[in-house]
Design a protein around this ligand. Structure first.
Ligand code: F6P
Length: 525
Protein backbone atom coordinates (compact mmCIF):
# COMPACT_ATOMS: atom_id res chain seq x y z
CA UNK A 1 0.00 0.00 0.00
CA UNK A 2 1.35 3.47 -0.88
CA UNK A 3 2.30 5.75 2.01
CA UNK A 4 1.84 8.84 -0.16
CA UNK A 5 0.29 9.08 -3.64
CA UNK A 6 3.17 11.06 -5.13
CA UNK A 7 5.07 7.78 -5.63
CA UNK A 8 2.35 6.30 -7.84
CA UNK A 9 2.97 6.30 -11.60
CA UNK A 10 -0.46 7.77 -12.27
CA UNK A 11 0.36 10.74 -10.02
CA UNK A 12 3.43 11.42 -12.14
CA UNK A 13 1.37 11.12 -15.31
CA UNK A 14 -1.25 13.54 -13.98
CA UNK A 15 1.51 15.99 -13.09
CA UNK A 16 2.62 15.84 -16.72
CA UNK A 17 -0.93 16.34 -17.97
CA UNK A 18 -1.33 19.37 -15.73
CA UNK A 19 1.90 20.86 -17.07
CA UNK A 20 0.58 20.70 -20.62
CA UNK A 21 -1.63 23.49 -22.05
CA UNK A 22 -5.13 22.46 -21.01
CA UNK A 23 -7.15 24.55 -23.44
CA UNK A 24 -10.20 26.56 -22.33
CA UNK A 25 -13.55 25.04 -21.47
CA UNK A 26 -15.13 27.17 -24.17
CA UNK A 27 -13.12 25.14 -26.71
CA UNK A 28 -13.79 21.78 -24.98
CA UNK A 29 -17.53 22.51 -24.88
CA UNK A 30 -17.86 24.17 -28.27
CA UNK A 31 -20.20 22.42 -30.70
CA UNK A 32 -21.61 18.92 -30.23
CA UNK A 33 -21.18 17.82 -26.64
CA UNK A 34 -22.58 14.31 -26.95
CA UNK A 35 -19.10 12.76 -26.71
CA UNK A 36 -18.32 14.69 -23.53
CA UNK A 37 -21.65 13.75 -22.04
CA UNK A 38 -20.88 10.09 -22.72
CA UNK A 39 -17.46 10.48 -21.18
CA UNK A 40 -18.37 12.58 -18.17
CA UNK A 41 -21.92 11.70 -17.17
CA UNK A 42 -22.79 9.02 -14.58
CA UNK A 43 -26.09 7.72 -13.22
CA UNK A 44 -26.59 5.97 -9.86
CA UNK A 45 -29.34 5.56 -7.24
CA UNK A 46 -31.59 8.19 -8.84
CA UNK A 47 -28.79 10.74 -9.17
CA UNK A 48 -27.09 12.02 -12.34
CA UNK A 49 -23.59 13.49 -12.24
CA UNK A 50 -22.82 15.76 -15.21
CA UNK A 51 -19.08 16.47 -15.08
CA UNK A 52 -18.83 17.61 -18.71
CA UNK A 53 -17.70 21.06 -17.52
CA UNK A 54 -14.64 19.72 -15.69
CA UNK A 55 -11.40 21.02 -17.20
CA UNK A 56 -10.22 17.64 -18.36
CA UNK A 57 -9.82 15.42 -21.37
CA UNK A 58 -10.53 11.71 -21.67
CA UNK A 59 -6.81 11.10 -21.17
CA UNK A 60 -6.83 12.96 -17.85
CA UNK A 61 -9.88 11.02 -16.68
CA UNK A 62 -8.14 7.78 -17.63
CA UNK A 63 -5.05 8.81 -15.66
CA UNK A 64 -7.25 9.66 -12.65
CA UNK A 65 -8.88 6.23 -12.84
CA UNK A 66 -5.40 4.67 -12.94
CA UNK A 67 -4.60 6.65 -9.81
CA UNK A 68 -7.63 5.18 -8.02
CA UNK A 69 -6.57 1.72 -9.15
CA UNK A 70 -2.93 2.14 -8.14
CA UNK A 71 -4.02 3.60 -4.78
CA UNK A 72 -6.01 0.38 -4.22
CA UNK A 73 -9.18 2.33 -3.54
CA UNK A 74 -11.36 -0.77 -4.01
CA UNK A 75 -9.31 -2.84 -1.54
CA UNK A 76 -9.44 0.02 0.98
CA UNK A 77 -13.19 0.32 0.42
CA UNK A 78 -13.74 -3.38 1.01
CA UNK A 79 -11.67 -3.18 4.20
CA UNK A 80 -13.96 -0.40 5.48
CA UNK A 81 -17.14 -2.33 4.68
CA UNK A 82 -15.66 -5.47 6.24
CA UNK A 83 -15.18 -3.66 9.54
CA UNK A 84 -11.38 -3.48 9.59
CA UNK A 85 -10.14 -0.87 12.11
CA UNK A 86 -9.25 1.64 9.39
CA UNK A 87 -9.54 4.49 11.89
CA UNK A 88 -6.03 3.64 13.02
CA UNK A 89 -5.41 6.37 15.61
CA UNK A 90 -8.57 5.38 17.51
CA UNK A 91 -8.30 1.68 16.57
CA UNK A 92 -11.91 1.61 15.38
CA UNK A 93 -13.83 0.29 12.42
CA UNK A 94 -15.76 2.78 10.28
CA UNK A 95 -19.17 1.23 9.70
CA UNK A 96 -21.78 3.92 9.10
CA UNK A 97 -22.76 1.84 6.04
CA UNK A 98 -23.88 -0.92 8.43
CA UNK A 99 -26.46 1.48 9.87
CA UNK A 100 -28.35 1.37 6.57
CA UNK A 101 -27.65 -2.27 5.71
CA UNK A 102 -30.33 -4.49 4.21
CA UNK A 103 -32.24 -5.95 7.20
CA UNK A 104 -32.72 -9.13 5.14
CA UNK A 105 -29.01 -9.93 5.07
CA UNK A 106 -26.03 -9.64 7.39
CA UNK A 107 -23.71 -7.61 5.16
CA UNK A 108 -19.88 -7.78 5.11
CA UNK A 109 -19.77 -6.46 8.69
CA UNK A 110 -21.44 -9.62 9.99
CA UNK A 111 -24.67 -10.75 11.59
CA UNK A 112 -23.96 -9.48 15.13
CA UNK A 113 -23.57 -5.87 14.04
CA UNK A 114 -26.54 -6.19 11.69
CA UNK A 115 -28.68 -7.46 14.58
CA UNK A 116 -27.58 -4.63 16.90
CA UNK A 117 -28.34 -2.07 14.20
CA UNK A 118 -31.79 -3.48 13.45
CA UNK A 119 -32.64 -3.62 17.15
CA UNK A 120 -31.92 0.07 17.74
CA UNK A 121 -33.44 1.11 14.41
CA UNK A 122 -36.66 -0.68 15.32
CA UNK A 123 -36.60 0.99 18.74
CA UNK A 124 -36.28 4.50 17.36
CA UNK A 125 -38.89 3.92 14.65
CA UNK A 126 -41.40 2.54 17.15
CA UNK A 127 -40.66 5.36 19.57
CA UNK A 128 -40.98 7.97 16.84
CA UNK A 129 -44.28 6.57 15.67
CA UNK A 130 -45.59 6.45 19.27
CA UNK A 131 -44.69 10.11 19.79
CA UNK A 132 -46.35 10.96 16.45
CA UNK A 133 -49.49 9.01 17.39
CA UNK A 134 -49.75 10.81 20.71
CA UNK A 135 -49.64 7.55 22.66
CA UNK A 136 -46.48 8.73 24.47
CA UNK A 137 -47.62 11.55 26.71
CA UNK A 138 -46.04 14.10 29.01
CA UNK A 139 -46.36 14.18 32.80
CA UNK A 140 -49.75 15.93 32.68
CA UNK A 141 -51.21 13.30 30.31
CA UNK A 142 -51.12 15.59 27.27
CA UNK A 143 -49.53 14.44 23.97
CA UNK A 144 -46.15 15.76 22.86
CA UNK A 145 -46.50 18.59 20.35
CA UNK A 146 -42.88 19.78 20.20
CA UNK A 147 -39.50 18.07 20.23
CA UNK A 148 -36.29 20.01 20.94
CA UNK A 149 -33.10 18.30 19.79
CA UNK A 150 -30.04 19.49 21.68
CA UNK A 151 -26.75 18.54 20.03
CA UNK A 152 -23.88 20.02 18.06
CA UNK A 153 -21.67 19.10 15.08
CA UNK A 154 -22.55 15.64 13.83
CA UNK A 155 -25.22 15.38 16.55
CA UNK A 156 -27.07 18.29 14.99
CA UNK A 157 -26.09 18.98 11.38
CA UNK A 158 -27.30 15.71 9.84
CA UNK A 159 -30.79 15.41 11.37
CA UNK A 160 -31.26 19.19 11.07
CA UNK A 161 -30.28 19.21 7.40
CA UNK A 162 -32.51 16.24 6.63
CA UNK A 163 -35.45 17.76 8.52
CA UNK A 164 -35.20 20.84 6.30
CA UNK A 165 -34.70 18.78 3.14
CA UNK A 166 -37.76 16.64 3.87
CA UNK A 167 -39.91 19.37 5.41
CA UNK A 168 -42.68 18.54 2.93
CA UNK A 169 -43.04 15.17 4.67
CA UNK A 170 -43.05 16.54 8.24
CA UNK A 171 -46.51 15.78 9.62
CA UNK A 172 -45.70 14.92 13.23
CA UNK A 173 -44.79 16.99 16.29
CA UNK A 174 -42.77 20.07 15.39
CA UNK A 175 -39.05 19.37 15.72
CA UNK A 176 -36.67 22.16 16.74
CA UNK A 177 -32.86 22.07 16.79
CA UNK A 178 -30.57 23.88 19.22
CA UNK A 179 -26.79 23.58 18.98
CA UNK A 180 -25.30 26.86 20.15
CA UNK A 181 -24.85 27.28 23.94
CA UNK A 182 -25.59 30.99 23.67
CA UNK A 183 -28.67 31.31 25.89
CA UNK A 184 -30.68 33.05 23.20
CA UNK A 185 -30.45 30.01 20.89
CA UNK A 186 -32.33 27.89 23.42
CA UNK A 187 -34.62 30.66 24.64
CA UNK A 188 -35.71 31.52 21.10
CA UNK A 189 -37.06 27.97 20.79
CA UNK A 190 -38.42 27.36 24.28
CA UNK A 191 -40.27 30.67 24.63
CA UNK A 192 -43.03 29.51 22.30
CA UNK A 193 -43.38 25.99 23.74
CA UNK A 194 -45.43 24.40 26.51
CA UNK A 195 -43.22 22.40 28.89
CA UNK A 196 -45.92 19.80 29.55
CA UNK A 197 -46.08 19.03 25.81
CA UNK A 198 -42.39 19.28 24.99
CA UNK A 199 -39.83 16.45 24.67
CA UNK A 200 -36.15 17.30 24.99
CA UNK A 201 -33.82 15.00 23.02
CA UNK A 202 -30.17 15.25 24.09
CA UNK A 203 -28.01 13.93 21.24
CA UNK A 204 -24.38 13.37 22.07
CA UNK A 205 -22.07 10.49 21.23
CA UNK A 206 -19.89 11.20 24.27
CA UNK A 207 -22.53 12.86 26.49
CA UNK A 208 -19.77 15.19 27.69
CA UNK A 209 -19.75 17.94 25.06
CA UNK A 210 -19.80 21.14 27.08
CA UNK A 211 -22.12 23.05 24.75
CA UNK A 212 -24.66 20.25 24.65
CA UNK A 213 -24.56 19.59 28.38
CA UNK A 214 -25.08 23.30 29.06
CA UNK A 215 -28.17 23.42 26.87
CA UNK A 216 -29.43 20.11 28.30
CA UNK A 217 -29.20 21.34 31.89
CA UNK A 218 -30.90 24.59 30.97
CA UNK A 219 -33.75 22.83 29.18
CA UNK A 220 -34.15 20.49 32.17
CA UNK A 221 -34.52 23.49 34.48
CA UNK A 222 -37.07 24.98 32.06
CA UNK A 223 -39.12 21.77 32.26
CA UNK A 224 -39.01 21.83 36.06
CA UNK A 225 -39.87 25.53 36.24
CA UNK A 226 -42.68 24.77 33.80
CA UNK A 227 -44.32 22.42 36.28
CA UNK A 228 -42.70 19.07 35.52
CA UNK A 229 -41.99 17.19 38.75
CA UNK A 230 -38.38 15.94 38.84
CA UNK A 231 -39.73 12.41 39.15
CA UNK A 232 -41.55 12.90 35.83
CA UNK A 233 -38.65 14.32 33.86
CA UNK A 234 -38.10 10.84 32.46
CA UNK A 235 -41.18 11.29 30.24
CA UNK A 236 -39.85 14.50 28.74
CA UNK A 237 -36.19 13.61 28.28
CA UNK A 238 -34.57 11.38 25.68
CA UNK A 239 -30.88 10.54 25.41
CA UNK A 240 -29.14 9.41 22.23
CA UNK A 241 -25.55 8.37 22.82
CA UNK A 242 -22.76 5.83 22.53
CA UNK A 243 -22.14 6.10 26.29
CA UNK A 244 -25.47 5.16 27.99
CA UNK A 245 -23.96 5.07 31.49
CA UNK A 246 -23.81 8.86 31.48
CA UNK A 247 -27.50 9.62 30.87
CA UNK A 248 -28.37 6.82 33.29
CA UNK A 249 -26.41 8.65 35.99
CA UNK A 250 -28.45 11.75 35.14
CA UNK A 251 -31.79 9.96 35.54
CA UNK A 252 -32.70 9.36 31.89
CA UNK A 253 -35.04 6.38 31.55
CA UNK A 254 -33.48 3.35 29.79
CA UNK A 255 -36.61 3.08 27.62
CA UNK A 256 -35.92 6.64 26.42
CA UNK A 257 -32.21 6.14 25.92
CA UNK A 258 -31.17 5.13 22.39
CA UNK A 259 -27.77 3.82 21.43
CA UNK A 260 -25.20 3.88 18.73
CA UNK A 261 -21.62 2.69 18.67
CA UNK A 262 -18.06 3.97 18.69
CA UNK A 263 -17.60 2.75 15.12
CA UNK A 264 -20.01 5.50 14.01
CA UNK A 265 -18.23 8.81 13.47
CA UNK A 266 -20.24 11.84 14.64
CA UNK A 267 -20.31 13.35 11.17
CA UNK A 268 -21.55 10.01 9.78
CA UNK A 269 -24.21 9.36 12.41
CA UNK A 270 -27.46 10.60 10.80
CA UNK A 271 -28.33 6.95 9.96
CA UNK A 272 -28.10 5.89 13.62
CA UNK A 273 -30.37 6.57 16.57
CA UNK A 274 -29.30 10.20 16.15
CA UNK A 275 -31.85 10.24 13.36
CA UNK A 276 -34.66 9.99 15.93
CA UNK A 277 -35.74 13.66 15.68
CA UNK A 278 -36.02 13.24 11.91
CA UNK A 279 -38.00 10.02 12.35
CA UNK A 280 -40.37 11.85 14.70
CA UNK A 281 -40.83 14.56 12.06
CA UNK A 282 -41.39 12.31 9.02
CA UNK A 283 -42.21 8.90 10.48
CA UNK A 284 -40.30 5.64 10.86
CA UNK A 285 -41.17 4.40 7.38
CA UNK A 286 -39.85 7.53 5.64
CA UNK A 287 -36.71 7.33 7.79
CA UNK A 288 -36.18 3.78 6.55
CA UNK A 289 -36.61 5.10 2.99
CA UNK A 290 -33.73 7.51 3.65
CA UNK A 291 -31.60 4.56 4.76
CA UNK A 292 -32.63 2.58 1.69
CA UNK A 293 -31.51 5.41 -0.58
CA UNK A 294 -28.10 5.50 1.07
CA UNK A 295 -27.94 1.72 0.75
CA UNK A 296 -28.59 2.02 -2.97
CA UNK A 297 -25.56 4.30 -3.26
CA UNK A 298 -23.52 1.88 -1.09
CA UNK A 299 -24.43 -0.96 -3.42
CA UNK A 300 -23.41 1.15 -6.41
CA UNK A 301 -20.14 2.17 -4.70
CA UNK A 302 -19.24 -1.42 -3.81
CA UNK A 303 -20.14 -2.94 -7.18
CA UNK A 304 -19.68 -0.43 -10.03
CA UNK A 305 -16.37 -0.53 -11.89
CA UNK A 306 -14.16 2.48 -11.17
CA UNK A 307 -14.95 4.10 -14.53
CA UNK A 308 -18.70 4.08 -13.77
CA UNK A 309 -18.43 4.64 -10.02
CA UNK A 310 -20.01 7.97 -9.08
CA UNK A 311 -18.31 8.46 -5.66
CA UNK A 312 -14.94 7.50 -7.17
CA UNK A 313 -15.36 9.89 -10.10
CA UNK A 314 -16.57 12.76 -7.89
CA UNK A 315 -13.51 12.20 -5.68
CA UNK A 316 -11.14 12.08 -8.66
CA UNK A 317 -12.51 15.30 -10.19
CA UNK A 318 -11.89 16.92 -6.80
CA UNK A 319 -8.33 15.59 -6.72
CA UNK A 320 -7.65 16.89 -10.24
CA UNK A 321 -8.82 20.38 -9.23
CA UNK A 322 -7.17 20.33 -5.77
CA UNK A 323 -3.86 18.64 -6.44
CA UNK A 324 -3.17 19.34 -10.11
CA UNK A 325 -5.02 22.56 -10.96
CA UNK A 326 -4.20 23.80 -7.43
CA UNK A 327 -7.61 25.06 -6.36
CA UNK A 328 -7.68 25.31 -2.53
CA UNK A 329 -11.44 25.55 -2.01
CA UNK A 330 -14.58 23.79 -3.19
CA UNK A 331 -17.97 25.51 -3.55
CA UNK A 332 -21.16 23.48 -3.05
CA UNK A 333 -24.35 25.27 -4.11
CA UNK A 334 -27.70 23.50 -3.92
CA UNK A 335 -30.48 25.26 -5.86
CA UNK A 336 -33.44 23.62 -4.07
CA UNK A 337 -34.17 25.76 -1.01
CA UNK A 338 -34.97 22.71 1.17
CA UNK A 339 -31.29 21.76 0.80
CA UNK A 340 -30.37 24.97 2.59
CA UNK A 341 -28.33 23.14 5.22
CA UNK A 342 -26.72 20.61 2.91
CA UNK A 343 -23.50 22.61 2.46
CA UNK A 344 -22.88 23.18 6.21
CA UNK A 345 -23.52 19.44 6.68
CA UNK A 346 -21.01 18.44 3.98
CA UNK A 347 -18.62 21.09 5.27
CA UNK A 348 -18.30 19.25 8.57
CA UNK A 349 -18.20 15.85 6.86
CA UNK A 350 -15.44 16.85 4.45
CA UNK A 351 -13.35 19.29 6.48
CA UNK A 352 -13.50 17.36 9.78
CA UNK A 353 -12.56 14.21 7.85
CA UNK A 354 -9.92 15.42 5.41
CA UNK A 355 -8.65 18.52 7.17
CA UNK A 356 -5.50 16.60 8.02
CA UNK A 357 -1.77 17.17 7.40
CA UNK A 358 -0.43 13.76 8.43
CA UNK A 359 -0.28 10.62 6.34
CA UNK A 360 -1.57 7.44 7.94
CA UNK A 361 2.03 6.36 8.63
CA UNK A 362 2.66 9.54 10.63
CA UNK A 363 4.70 11.38 8.00
CA UNK A 364 3.85 14.98 7.21
CA UNK A 365 1.53 14.90 4.19
CA UNK A 366 3.42 15.47 0.95
CA UNK A 367 0.23 16.40 -0.88
CA UNK A 368 -2.49 19.01 -0.51
CA UNK A 369 -5.34 17.35 1.38
CA UNK A 370 -8.89 18.47 2.22
CA UNK A 371 -10.10 21.63 0.45
CA UNK A 372 -11.99 24.44 2.15
CA UNK A 373 -15.64 23.53 1.53
CA UNK A 374 -18.02 26.45 1.47
CA UNK A 375 -21.21 27.76 -0.09
CA UNK A 376 -24.93 27.75 0.48
CA UNK A 377 -28.04 28.13 -1.68
CA UNK A 378 -26.84 28.96 -5.18
CA UNK A 379 -29.60 31.37 -6.15
CA UNK A 380 -28.77 33.55 -3.14
CA UNK A 381 -25.05 33.19 -3.85
CA UNK A 382 -25.60 34.67 -7.31
CA UNK A 383 -26.52 37.89 -5.56
CA UNK A 384 -23.60 37.77 -3.18
CA UNK A 385 -20.27 35.98 -3.64
CA UNK A 386 -20.71 34.79 -7.24
CA UNK A 387 -19.10 38.08 -8.28
CA UNK A 388 -15.80 36.76 -6.91
CA UNK A 389 -16.29 33.40 -8.64
CA UNK A 390 -16.83 35.09 -12.00
CA UNK A 391 -14.35 37.99 -11.84
CA UNK A 392 -12.21 37.49 -8.76
CA UNK A 393 -8.67 36.15 -8.52
CA UNK A 394 -9.55 32.70 -7.17
CA UNK A 395 -10.25 29.64 -9.28
CA UNK A 396 -13.12 27.88 -7.44
CA UNK A 397 -14.52 24.52 -8.57
CA UNK A 398 -18.27 24.26 -8.08
CA UNK A 399 -20.78 21.49 -7.35
CA UNK A 400 -24.24 22.59 -8.46
CA UNK A 401 -27.03 20.46 -6.97
CA UNK A 402 -30.46 20.53 -8.58
CA UNK A 403 -33.79 18.69 -8.36
CA UNK A 404 -35.38 17.76 -11.67
CA UNK A 405 -39.00 17.61 -10.55
CA UNK A 406 -41.19 20.03 -8.59
CA UNK A 407 -43.64 18.95 -5.85
CA UNK A 408 -44.48 22.23 -4.12
CA UNK A 409 -48.29 22.61 -3.91
CA UNK A 410 -48.37 26.15 -5.28
CA UNK A 411 -50.32 27.07 -8.42
CA UNK A 412 -47.20 28.64 -10.02
CA UNK A 413 -44.73 26.03 -8.71
CA UNK A 414 -43.74 25.17 -12.26
CA UNK A 415 -42.76 28.76 -12.92
CA UNK A 416 -40.62 28.85 -9.77
CA UNK A 417 -39.01 25.57 -10.78
CA UNK A 418 -38.09 26.84 -14.24
CA UNK A 419 -36.54 30.03 -12.83
CA UNK A 420 -34.45 28.06 -10.33
CA UNK A 421 -33.12 25.42 -12.71
CA UNK A 422 -32.64 27.90 -15.57
CA UNK A 423 -30.34 29.87 -13.26
CA UNK A 424 -28.48 26.72 -12.26
CA UNK A 425 -27.80 25.78 -15.87
CA UNK A 426 -26.96 29.37 -16.88
CA UNK A 427 -24.43 29.74 -14.08
CA UNK A 428 -22.65 26.50 -14.99
CA UNK A 429 -22.41 27.68 -18.60
CA UNK A 430 -21.35 31.21 -17.67
CA UNK A 431 -18.62 29.89 -15.41
CA UNK A 432 -17.36 27.55 -18.13
CA UNK A 433 -17.54 29.89 -21.12
CA UNK A 434 -17.11 33.31 -19.53
CA UNK A 435 -17.12 36.12 -22.08
CA UNK A 436 -13.84 37.02 -23.79
CA UNK A 437 -12.52 40.55 -24.07
CA UNK A 438 -13.19 40.45 -27.80
CA UNK A 439 -16.77 39.24 -27.35
CA UNK A 440 -17.35 41.87 -24.66
CA UNK A 441 -16.02 44.60 -26.95
CA UNK A 442 -18.28 43.37 -29.76
CA UNK A 443 -21.26 43.36 -27.41
CA UNK A 444 -20.50 46.93 -26.36
CA UNK A 445 -20.11 47.99 -30.00
CA UNK A 446 -23.62 46.70 -30.68
CA UNK A 447 -24.71 48.95 -27.82
CA UNK A 448 -23.00 51.89 -29.55
CA UNK A 449 -19.90 51.96 -27.36
CA UNK A 450 -16.52 52.03 -29.19
CA UNK A 451 -12.99 53.43 -28.96
CA UNK A 452 -10.61 53.70 -25.99
CA UNK A 453 -13.39 54.19 -23.46
CA UNK A 454 -15.12 51.01 -24.60
CA UNK A 455 -11.80 49.12 -24.58
CA UNK A 456 -11.17 50.20 -20.99
CA UNK A 457 -14.71 49.30 -19.96
CA UNK A 458 -14.48 45.91 -21.63
CA UNK A 459 -11.69 45.00 -19.21
CA UNK A 460 -14.21 45.46 -16.39
CA UNK A 461 -16.99 43.58 -18.13
CA UNK A 462 -15.18 40.55 -19.52
CA UNK A 463 -15.27 37.08 -17.87
CA UNK A 464 -12.29 34.73 -17.88
CA UNK A 465 -14.57 31.70 -17.52
CA UNK A 466 -12.86 28.29 -17.54
CA UNK A 467 -14.33 27.57 -14.06
CA UNK A 468 -14.88 23.82 -13.62
CA UNK A 469 -18.16 22.50 -12.25
CA UNK A 470 -20.25 19.40 -11.65
CA UNK A 471 -24.02 19.37 -11.86
CA UNK A 472 -25.63 16.77 -9.62
CA UNK A 473 -29.27 16.17 -10.47
CA UNK A 474 -31.72 14.41 -8.12
CA UNK A 475 -34.70 13.14 -10.06
CA UNK A 476 -36.86 14.12 -7.06
CA UNK A 477 -36.36 15.36 -3.48
CA UNK A 478 -37.39 12.20 -1.63
CA UNK A 479 -35.95 10.44 1.43
CA UNK A 480 -34.32 7.86 -0.85
CA UNK A 481 -32.68 10.45 -3.10
CA UNK A 482 -31.48 12.49 -0.13
CA UNK A 483 -29.99 9.33 1.37
CA UNK A 484 -28.19 8.57 -1.88
CA UNK A 485 -26.86 12.14 -2.14
CA UNK A 486 -25.46 12.08 1.41
CA UNK A 487 -23.88 8.65 0.93
CA UNK A 488 -22.34 9.87 -2.34
CA UNK A 489 -20.48 12.64 -0.52
CA UNK A 490 -19.52 10.29 2.36
CA UNK A 491 -17.88 7.92 -0.11
CA UNK A 492 -16.30 10.77 -2.07
CA UNK A 493 -14.58 11.89 1.15
CA UNK A 494 -13.48 8.29 1.78
CA UNK A 495 -11.98 7.87 -1.71
CA UNK A 496 -10.02 11.13 -1.49
CA UNK A 497 -8.62 10.15 1.91
CA UNK A 498 -7.76 6.68 0.56
CA UNK A 499 -5.76 8.23 -2.27
CA UNK A 500 -4.15 10.89 -0.08
CA UNK A 501 -3.46 8.18 2.56
CA UNK A 502 -4.82 10.18 5.49
CA UNK A 503 -7.18 9.10 8.28
CA UNK A 504 -10.59 10.63 7.54
CA UNK A 505 -12.18 9.26 10.70
CA UNK A 506 -10.43 10.78 13.69
CA UNK A 507 -10.69 14.44 14.72
CA UNK A 508 -7.87 15.25 17.09
CA UNK A 509 -7.96 18.82 15.82
CA UNK A 510 -11.12 19.59 17.79
CA UNK A 511 -9.51 18.54 21.07
CA UNK A 512 -7.14 21.41 21.89
CA UNK A 513 -9.85 24.07 21.99
CA UNK A 514 -11.99 21.91 24.27
CA UNK A 515 -9.06 21.27 26.58
CA UNK A 516 -8.25 24.97 26.80
CA UNK A 517 -11.91 25.86 27.43
CA UNK A 518 -12.03 23.36 30.29
CA UNK A 519 -8.77 24.70 31.77
CA UNK A 520 -10.03 28.28 31.56
CA UNK A 521 -13.34 27.24 33.14
CA UNK A 522 -11.50 25.62 36.04
CA UNK A 523 -9.13 28.61 36.37
CA UNK A 524 -12.05 31.03 36.45
CA UNK A 525 -13.71 28.80 39.03
O1 F6P B 1 -15.86 18.55 18.57
C1 F6P B 1 -16.18 17.92 17.36
C2 F6P B 1 -17.18 16.85 17.65
O2 F6P B 1 -16.61 15.81 18.40
C3 F6P B 1 -17.77 16.29 16.38
O3 F6P B 1 -16.94 15.34 15.78
C4 F6P B 1 -19.05 15.74 16.91
O4 F6P B 1 -19.97 15.50 15.87
C5 F6P B 1 -19.50 16.87 17.84
O5 F6P B 1 -18.27 17.37 18.39
C6 F6P B 1 -20.45 16.47 18.94
O6 F6P B 1 -19.88 15.45 19.70
P1 F6P B 1 -20.89 14.58 20.65
O7 F6P B 1 -21.86 13.91 19.73
O8 F6P B 1 -20.00 13.63 21.38
O9 F6P B 1 -21.58 15.55 21.56
Amino acid sequence: MHSTPTTLPAWQLLTQHAAEPQGHLRQMLDGDRSERFDLFRTHAAGLTLDASRQRMSAAVQDALLSLADQAQVEAQRDAMFRGDPINLTEDRPVLHAALRGDPAQAGPWGADIAADVERELSRICHFADAVRAGTLKGHSGLPITDVVNIGIGGSDLGPRMASDALAHLADGPKVHYVSNPDAWALYAVLRDLKPEQTMVVVSSKTFTTQETMTNAASARQWLIDGGCPETSLRYHQVAITATPAKPAELGYAPEQTFLFWDWVGGRYSLWSSLGLPLAIAIGGSAFRDLLAGARAMDEHFTSAPLADNMPVLLALYGIWNRNFLHMPTHLIVPYASRLVRFTPFVQQMDMESNGKRTHINGDLAEVDTGPIVWGGLGIDGQHAYFQLIHQGQHQVPVDFIGVETEDTPLPMAGTHHNVVNLNLRAQAEAMAFGRSYEDTLAMMKKDGMEGPAAQAMARHRMFEGNIPSNILWLDALTPARLGALIALYEHKVFVQAAIWRINAYDQWGVELGKTMAKAMEQKNG
